[in-house]
Design a protein around this ligand. Structure first.
Ligand code: PGA
Length: 262
């Protein structure tokens, strides 16, 4: 898992847009994996800017989103389908996009259908991920076992609380979702994970400990052969403090050692 720390949120969005630009240049008919949440909005704005400027063409590409609330109507303003159309799909020329269907009558059948659709498309070339404060990726919440394929899940209370900011007092907030499983995510050829803002400093620190915490779903990415994590300095705050302290300690140890020898 590679790590790139950049100064600002905007820098992270530009760097992630560069990865998408490069991917589409190399393989115009790429299968793109996409995510929702506050984090990718700046990336989507940047992709739209580049598309408007003629620097990006999505006409041969198609996409799959990570997850969707369940049940939810496509046109509900808080559905991920609506979010994606508003921030990206309505503004670019992507040939086809898919999300798990939050309107499906049978959630379990919909999960199986979604896995088959992804596999028929040849799998995902480049997957975008955000991370929850509890370390979730997609809606794979901390657990003792994790699904391989797309699954119907109950959201952790912390995820419901974190997303409540998007729902009005008179709106019912879904507490279930359909999400790609950890196995599906691990099968993506290349992954980028964006971590931004001070609120993610603690989980970012845990992710980069030299351990696999089984209760932090994002730790699975340490086992993926081509994952890059982009962080802004705010999210990397604790990592930077820790590594600077470590460096100081090492310098002190070397100085003491050379002092002893001298
Ligand atoms: P956020 O969500 O970008 O809104 O912080 C990320 C996530 O929960 O995966």
């Amino acid at each position: 898992m590679r790590r790139i720390i950049l100064d600002t949120y905007e820098d992270v969005c530009r760097a992630a847009a560069d990865v998408y630009t490069e991917q589409l240049k190399e393989k115009p008919n790429s299968v793109l994996g996409l995510a929702t949440g506050s984090t990718p909005i700046g990336l989507y704005d940047e992709l739209v800017r580049r598309y408007d400027a003629g620097a990006l063409d999505f006409s041969k590409a198609r996409s799959f989103n990570l997850d969707e609330y369940y049940p939810i109507k496509k046109d509900h303003p808080q559905s991920y389908n609506y979010f994606m159309r508003k921030h990206l799909f309505d503004k670019i020329n992507i040939s086809k996009y898919s999300l798990p269907n939050g309107e499906a009558a049978d959630a379990e059948a919909e999960c199986l259908r979604y896995d088959v659709e992804i596999s028929d498309a040849g799998g995902i070339d480049l997957m975008l991920l955000g991370i929850g404060h509890n370390g979730h990726i997609g809606f794979n919440e901390p657990a003792v076992s994790y699904p391989m394929g797309t699954t119907h899940v109950e959201l952790a209370k912390s995820s419901v609380d974190a997303n409540s900011r998007f729902f009005g007092l008179d709106e019912t907030q879904p507490t279930e979702a359909l999400t790609m499983g950890i196995g599906e995510i691990m099968r993506c050829k290349k992954i980028i994970l964006l971590i931004t803002g001070e609120g993610k400093a603690e989980i970012a620190m845990k992710l980069f400990e030299r351990k696999i915490h089984t209760d932090i779903p994002a730790c699975f990415l340490k086992l993926h052969p081509d994952t890059t994590v982009f962080l802004d300095r705010a999210a990397a705050r604790d990592i930077i403090v820790f590594e600077e302290a470590l460096k100081r300690e090492r310098i002190k140890a070397v100085q003491e050692w050379t002092g002893l020898r001298g």
